[in-house]
Design a protein around this ligand. Sequence first.
Ligand code: GRF
Length: 202
Amino acid sequence: MKKRLAIFLSGRGSNFINIHKNILSGKITNAEIVLVFSNNNDAEGIVYAKSNNLPTLIMDHKKFDDRKKFDQAIVDELSSYNIDLICLAGYMRIVSEIIIDSYDNKVINIHPSLLPSFKGMNAQQQAIDYGVRYAGCTVHFVDQGVDTGKIILQDVVDVGSDDDASSLSAKILAREHILYCKAIDLFCNDKLCVVDDKVIIG
Ligand code: GRF
């Protein structure tokens, strides 16, 4: 049975688009996108999803009293989709325990830094400001912290003396597109296993 993926996004959606293309081309196997969820009706990723006939769901977080009520409404909506994996792909909301507890070790995220360095927003600018020689990206399981979950895969890029946040972001994004697809393929083929709070591959 193919794993049923929900993609959560808030904006551009380049990781999502790339995941979709890799599923279509067979580079990611045993996976299908059954839902694209966004808190932002104007997200470019939603435009792509609709034009590719993928099911979409939009819920505006501003219409809910607090994060937990919003996340409970998401969990309620998701229940009929039988989701195996939630992929956060530029989803600009912190996910509460309401979602994490319902989808234990089934929510993954990609972050544009070598975690545990440079958590949170503007990770590429943080890397430039710190003066690191290497930066990169991390795919991790999502827990209740911000970018603190168990690491699945990482990739590294050089930081040149002429790099700024914009050029570094572009370098990292190219690697993100490859790394996220690898991680999703591993998950969907039952190659990821969590032992003693670490992710074992294979
Ligand atoms: C990526 O840099 C990702 O690492 C971060 O948000 C950005 C999303 O970009 N979590 P896109 O929407 O996938 O183009």
